[in-house]
Design a protein around this ligand. Structure first.
Ligand code: F0G
Length: 366
């Protein structure tokens, strides 16, 4: 079952909204026991593995709703700027809906898997000589006349779809975590998480009314909200600098963003939840990506690893108290970015197709 069907009462859909779904959502919540074991501060650490959505990232949650609403409205095409995952989701859901899609991506700065997704689904792929922030500005200008539906997170339906991740976490854990950590780029997802936790607990938050006068079920099913922790890559950390930056740079290309659209919302989330931002450098990010892969069997993309790297850092700083339950959103699948994985791993052994040679090699390891 897709998430619109599952959470219909809590989403701004009408009885005649055409549902465009790839059966997204319902992703695993995995406890990271091995990874946390060597740390002296004991916490219960979980990963919500959003890389297991149909196009390999959390964007599918927002896109099922944004594209369904675009079709309801009768638009013929959608448009977005992207560092790769939004475009992958937009083009797939547009293909499913039978409408056209246009995506603006920063030339040479999106991961290979994401580029292949954009190219595969029949979208018009426009590579720009500029970064995500340039693309976002252009999309807002081009989308102004209403002919094309913008499906970036400025589209409030994206946030409503993405808020369902918080509902699922509460259902899966059976309670509300103490902390929720996630990577922050354009800052839509941190906003959506808070919206979800707020709606689940019947508490109001700063942007609740952002989609206007829809009747949405408000009956609470939890009693609290977590503290939200937003982590950024050090070279692309406008929230840490407390100002937007013009030349973001990081190996985690998904969050290579200097001018987040949901700037004010994200600050409100931090304020309302009593949380904080922190940053990790590229080396910390890649080491944590590898650690997740080697100790837990979870292959996420670099941007996703920022959440876990940040938690480990703040655990060391004593900012997260022992005994806490901490959930990290792993936003995208590692297969999205095979270049990084190959560059950061031991090279395969090249041997003859010969039993003795292979046996000798194995002996060296056991
Ligand atoms: N993690 C991944 C894997 C992402 O692709 C993104 C954003 C984020 C984290 C940050 O989420 O922007 O809501 O703060 N990717 C966008 C894109 C920008 O175009 O795919 P955010």
């Amino acid at each position: 079952m897709g998430l619109i069907e599952k959470y219909r009462d809590r989403l701004p859909v009408l009885s005649n909204t055409p549902i465009v779904s790839l059966e997204e959502g319902d992703t695993p919540l995995v406890e990271l026991k091995n990874l946390i074991q060597p740390f002296k501060h004991k916490i219960k650490l979980y990963a919500k593995f959003e890389g297991l959505n149909p196009t390999g990232s959390f964007k599918d949650r927002g896109m099922t709703l944004a594209v369904s609403k675009a079709v309801e409205k009768g638009v013929k095409a959608v448009i977005c700027a992207s560092t790769g995952n939004t475009s992958a989701a937009a083009v797939a859901y547009a293909a499913r809906a039978g409408i056209a899609s246009f995506v603006l991506i920063p030339s040479g700065k999106i991961a290979l898997g994401k580029l292949s997704q954009a190219m595969m689904h029949g979208a018009v792929v426009i590579q720009i000589e500029g970064n995500f922030d340039d693309g976002m500005r252009l999309v807002e200008e081009i989308g102004q006349n209403g002919e094309l539906e913008i499906v970036n997170s400025v589209n409030p339906f994206r946030l409503h779809g993405q808020k369902t991740v918080s509902f699922e976490i509460i259902e899966q854990l059976g309670y509300v975590p103490d902390f929720h950590a996630l990577p922050v780029g354009n800052a839509g997802n941190i906003t959506a998480h808070w919206m979800g936790y707020s709606e689940a607990s019947g508490k109001s938050c700063c942007f609740q009314e952002s989609v206007g006068c829809y009747e949405i079920e408000k009956k609470p099913f939890s009693n609290d909200r977590p503290t939200i922790l937003g982590y950024q890559a050090a070279g692309a950390a406008p929230f840490m600098r407390r100002e937007k930056i013009s030349n973001p740079e990081t190996v985690a290309t998904a969050i290579r963003i200097g001018s987040p659209v949901s700037w004010d919302y994200a600050w409100n989330v931090i304020r309302e939840s009593g949380g904080w931002f922190n940053e990790c450098n590229d080396e910390e990010i890649l080491q944590t990506q590898k650690l997740l892969a080697k100790t837990e069997g979870i292959f996420c993309e670099p941007a996703s690893a920022v959440a876990v790297a940040g938690v480990l850092k703040d655990l060391g700083n004593d900012k997260i108290s022992p005994g806490s339950t901490v959930v990290c959103t792993l936003t995208g699948h590692g297969l999205k970015d095979p270049d990084i994985a190959i560059a950061r791993s031991d090279k395969p052994h090249s041997v003859a197709a010969n039993r003795e040679e292979i046996a000798k090699l194995i002996k060296g390891y056991i």
